[in-house]
Design a binder for this molecule. Structure first.
Ligand SMILES: *Cc1c(COP(=O)(O)O)cnc(C)c1O
Length: 220
């Protein structure tokens, strides 16, 4: 067994324990294995061990490794977890099943246009800049509920959930709690929150998916 496969099993066990401790249903939390910077040959054993949902943060990098893996494994689900440039929307809509980083009008409009053009309906999350950090992507928390509504009303986009990355040097709990509250106000059911350092905490606060990279694949 490769190291990544051992670590995958360890993460799965911790997710199951965190679900139990939080009195969540077994399997309530989806593991998105973040494979950015790792090559197809590193990813393949993890797929063979049963993992099906993966996250990438760059469209071009994903295009270089996922089409071949998709041919080999029919039931993969690929999430875009990094920023989307509008000039990459066409390629991105062709490749990704879930977009976690919808955070401005222009991207919502571009996604809507490409989804219609290609007849594809990827699932969509709005990214919230939960700590209002100037260097971070995402819609401001105070604008998030109205933005979800505008995605629906102005662009015909069904938003499934919210996603956040809390400030690196702060206790993540209050940020996870705020995302959960915003999702309730916006009327969306899914919460993508929690990474290698804090996914068990995120599960306690209601995460429905966690995005875990280095705890599975090793440091980048
Ligand atoms: C890289 C990345 C992750 C995974 O981070 P780890 O700390 O390696 O688990 C999760 N979410 C996003 C948006 C990322 O860019």
């Amino acid at each position: 067994m490769t190291n990544a496969v051992e670590q995958l099993h360890a993460v799965r066990t911790k997710i199951a324990n965190a679900e139990r401790e939080a009195r969540r249903e077994p399997g309530a939390v989806t593991l998105v294995a973040v494979s950015k910077t790792f090559a197809a040959e590193d990813i393949r054993p993890v797929i063979e061990a049963g993992q099906r949902v993966f996250g990438e943060n760059r469209v071009q990098e994903a295009q270089s490794k996922w089409p071949a893996l998709r041919e080999a494994f029919a039931d993969l689900e690929l999430h875009l977890i990094g920023p989307l440039q509008s000039n990459k929307a066409r390629e991105a809509v062709a490749l990704f099943d879930v977009f976690e980083t919808v955070d401005r009008e222009k991207i919502a409009a571009e996604l809507s246009r490409e989804m219609t053009r290609q007849g594809r309906t990827p699932r969509l999350y709005v990214q919230v800049n939960i700590g209002s950090e100037p260097q971070k992507a995402g819609i401001e928390p105070r604008e998030a509920v109205a933005f979800v509504k505008r995605c629906r009303d102005a662009h015909g986009l069904a938003i499934e959930g919210l996603m956040c990355i809390p400030p690196a040097d702060e206790n993540p709990g209050p940020h996870f709690a705020l995302l959960e509250k915003l999702a309730r106000e916006a009327g969306v059911a899914k919460l993508s929150m929690g990474m290698s350092g804090d996914y068990e905490t995120a599960i306690a606060f209601g995460a429905t998916s966690v995005r875990v990279g280095s705890a599975i694949f090793g440091s980048r």
